[in-house]
Design a protein around this ligand. Structure first.
Ligand SMILES: Cc1cc2nc3c(=O)[nH]c(=O)nc-3n(C[C@H](O)[C@H](O)[C@H](O)COP(=O)(O)OP(=O)(O)OC[C@H]3O[C@@H](n4cnc5c(N)ncnc54)[C@H](O)[C@@H]3O)c2cc1C
Length: 401
């Protein structure tokens, strides 16, 4: 895999457009052909190949844009972050193998971590030395996270942790878990929650992979059986876990993987090109029903871009994301699920005699379709987002009965 390591990152003062041009040139010049989902040479990259690619992106100034220079970041603003994300989305490259570290753990460590924690964790996330997973959900605590039972009990300078997490993405490869625990009883609900950075090789941690509908084992159950960590593993004050968790969730809903709208647009280009490449599929593009359905997808992608731009402007003006993250989360997940359904129905005619491009597209949209089932669940289900929007944005009464 050849990647240009002699990189001239533009002067931060140059502005987002110059940065976007730099991102475009570098990504297009260096993304290996086999990593592009729409390329004839595509194959599933290994974890090590993804790691190497993302480490190079960081060297090129395309990760950690808003993080302070003191912790390995580039000290830029969300405008440059968005500009780079537009270019990342425009190419069908592999999804980040470290997004939990870069987009959830990193920001919360910057907010509540000690200086020593920032120095220890943040550079290692950016240069892809350490991966993180997010240990929030439990068998009886998903939408209602405040019901979580995993207990942390203080014993002098240490904490003893017992409990179980579930649906923990990337747990099998993670070096650290951003773990949400409680110090009191379940009746305490939001009070007495505490967050930790737990090394995944600590004795007493057991990871049991779960196979999902797409055949992958990307998440797992994680059991904590008398896991002992020092007090220095604690992230934030003992009673501040709920505030920290809410902050993580609002980041996850609003700004995580900001490239989505631009990626959906690239997927749509891929779909249309694949249909055009095949004599049997091409006529469907002339059909009024299909044209209307594609038009709706285009309009939804445009609206999603607007929401993202608006979020960035608000945050640049110093406003917090708050409940508005639910609007973005609801919108992108519902939009992508509908789009993936449309793509698969268009490609349903693909058979052994179809064009190679159409056969490749069918394979990649089947994966997208299956994963899209999960998109309206993780980071909070659509029903939960609707609840948040109803109560906190529209101020509707909590109980309408
Ligand atoms: C692919 C994937 C990856 C994930 N990765 C992680 C991870 O890395 N770390 C992690 O901690 N978690 C992860 N999760 C878990 C995810 O956050 C939960 O699945 C999600 O919060 C829903 O919780 P639950 O599965 O317990 O469903 P439940 O909360 O039991 O919900 C069941 C159903 O009831 C509905 N419902 C629940 N409450 C309400 C309500 N108040 N009003 C209306 N309807 C309601 C829900 O919408 C849903 O349809 C992942 C999930 C998936 C699918």
């Amino acid at each position: 895999m050849h990647i240009d390591k002699h990189i001239a990152v533009p002067d931060p003062a140059a502005g987002p457009e110059v940065y976007r041009q730099h991102a475009r040139n570098w990504l297009r010049g260096n993304l290996p052909e086999f990593m592009r989902a729409d390329s004839p040479d595509y194959r599933t990259p290994t974890l090590e190949e993804c790691r190497e690619w993302e480490a190079s992106m960081y060297q090129a100034g395309l990760a950690g844009m808003t993080w302070p220079r003191a912790y390995g970041g580039h000290g830029l603003t969300l405008r440059e972050h968005l500009a780079v994300n537009k270019e990342i989305g425009a190419l069908l490259m592999p999804e980040s193998v470290s997004s939990i570290g870069k987009e959830l753990a990193g920001p919360i460590i910057m907010k509540v971590g000690t200086e020593a924690q920032k120095q220890a964790f943040l550079p290692a996330i950016l240069n892809m030395r350490e991966y993180w997973c997010q240990g929030f959900s439990e068998p009886d605590a998903g939408s209602d996270l405040a019901r979580l039972r995993t207990r942390a009990v203080r014993e002098g300078d240490h904490w003893r942790i017992n409990g179980q997490k579930i649906w923990t993405s990337g747990a099998a490869k993670a070096h650290y878990c951003l773990l949400l625990t409680r110090t009191g009883t379940v009746a305490d609900k939001h009070r007495g929650l505490l967050m930790f950075a737990v090394p995944m090789d600590t004795p007493g941690i057991r990871v049991v992979p779960i196979k999902s509908i797409d055949g992958k084992e990307s998440f797992a159950e994680v059991f904590f059986d008398d896991v002992v960590v020092p007090d220095s593993a604690r992230l934030g004050a003992p009673d501040d876990g709920w505030n920290a968790a809410i902050r993580v969730l609002s980041i996850e809903r609003a700004t995580n993987r900001m490239y989505r709208a631009w990626r959906f647009e690239a997927e749509l280009r891929h779909l249309v090109a694949a249909c055009k490449s095949d004599a049997q599929l091409a006529p469907a593009l002339e059909d009024g029903y299909t044209q209307r359905a594609i038009g709706e997808v285009v309009a939804q992608i445009d609206a999603l871009k607007g929401l993202v731009e608006q979020t960035v402007s608000s945050m640049m003006a110093g406003e917090s994301i708050g409940a508005r993250g639910s609007l973005t989360k609801l919108y992108w997940s519902e939009c992508h699920q509908a789009f993936a359904g449309l793509a698969l129905s268009l490609l349903s005619q693909v058979g052994p005699h179809s064009s190679a491009q159409a056969r490749r597209a069918r394979k990649s949209f089947t994966q997208a379709y299956l994963f899209a089932r999960a998109e309206t669940i993780y980071a909070g289900t659509s029903e939960v987002q609707l609840d948040v929007i109803a109560q906190r944005i529209l101020n509707l009464p909590k109980d309408l009965t």
